[in-house]
Design a protein around this ligand. Structure first.
Ligand code: SF4
Length: 61
């Protein structure tokens, strides 16, 4: 499994709420761009997936 960022679903006009819920700071956001995930750091907990209202963060096989 890995976390995938669906950039086309992100309006890229606000601070990403999912960045704040990640317990290991695996998500980084530059300005208001779609966040990027550090796969080495992500523990695949799924918290960011539940937090994003646009479903821009997806856990894929
Ligand atoms: S799945 Fe969990 S650890 Fe990975 S980026 Fe999302 S909140 Fe952070």
């Amino acid at each position: 499994m890995k976390l995938v960022v669906k950039k086309e679903r992100c309006p890229q006009n606000h601070p990403c709420p999912s960045v704040k819920v990640c317990p290991v700071k695996a998500l980084k956001q530059k300005k208001f761009e779609a966040p990027e995930v550090d796969e080495e750091v992500c523990i695949k907990c799924g918290k960011c997936v539940k937090t994003c209202p646009m479903r821009a963060l997806v856990m894929e096989e």
